[in-house]
Design a protein around this ligand. Sequence first.
Ligand SMILES: NC(=O)c1ccc[n+]([C@@H]2O[C@H](COP(=O)([O-])OP(=O)(O)OC[C@H]3O[C@@H](n4cnc5c(N)ncnc54)[C@H](OP(=O)(O)O)[C@@H]3O)[C@@H](O)[C@H]2O)c1
Length: 307
Amino acid sequence: MNNSGETIVVFGGTGQQGGSVARALRLDGWRVRALVRDTTSKKAKMLVAQGIETVQGDLADSSSIQAAMAGADGVFSVQPSSGQGAAYGVTDEDEVRYGKLVADIAVASGVHYFVYSSANAAGPTATGIGHFDSKSEIEAHIRRLSFSSTIIRPSAFMEILALPGMGLDRGEFSFLMKPDQAMQFIAVEDIGKIVASIFASPAKFRSRTFEIAGDVVTGNELAEKFTRASGRQITYHRFPDELLEQNPFLGGLAGLVDQGRLAGNADIAALRMEFPRLLTMDAWLEGAGRPALLAAIQTASSGVALR
Ligand SMILES: NC(=O)c1ccc[n+]([C@@H]2O[C@H](COP(=O)([O-])OP(=O)(O)OC[C@H]3O[C@@H](n4cnc5c(N)ncnc54)[C@H](OP(=O)(O)O)[C@@H]3O)[C@@H](O)[C@H]2O)c1
């Protein structure tokens, strides 16, 4: 594929989704420009080493966003998670403001195509979880604008399963679903592949909003897969009821899994036809997931690091 004349601006390029998208677009031959807060950071320099242009900017600084989009053909928009609230540095209100601002400036800049990454639990009714409802609000704003766009709603990332605090160091993995309850997941690497496919065939995806996932597994199945991949016996339990009662954030997420909303409703079979080679959980565990899993097993931890 040769898209060498056209430039896509990527937000969050030093992060998981933006990094995956920037790499995939670059591999497809696009010129990629990443707005980064610090062009001298190690992650920003790694982008440059991959042939990605970095420009200094901040989501709180509209003039830097305008400058990044000057002459651009497309935009990939993702906002940092507001899941940990103000303590993490990004409130739900910040996320909404940033998401709307990026879309508004894309329209004013005349970009030809816009892809926004939301989350699978977003939708027309409130979830009660700030960082999902923020995305529903940004989605609604984008749909009101006159430009060509696609909204993807990723399921939970496979990568979050290897975050500290979920008991892997004790061989007792805990997460949000019940042992026999299924939940959808996606490898972050596949978000890049999907977004690159959208930019390659924009007419096919214009005005679509859809959930994306690569696999669906129960808690017990996860334990089996983790046991096989690590060579260490791992059992599965849902987070204890007391924790879900004491921690309204985790309790809210578990409630959304029970409602099916966070468990995910992506049509994985159809996605596999449209985007070949999406990673299953097993394939992820044979690749990037295995070192992440082994590192999590080696890391003693107390609190759950989900956000
Ligand atoms: N985890 C999941 O399972 C899951 C599932 C679906 C959706 N999501 C959503 O995914 C989003 C996060 O994506 P991610 O995991 O790719 O993020 P991430 O890895 O945490 O990276 C965040 C990125 O945002 C940049 N950033 C932070 N503040 C900024 C600012 N003020 N101006 C410009 N850039 C800024 C960071 O740059 P620096 O290098 O400067 O820090 C970094 O590149 C969240 O909205 C989350 O709700 C997550």
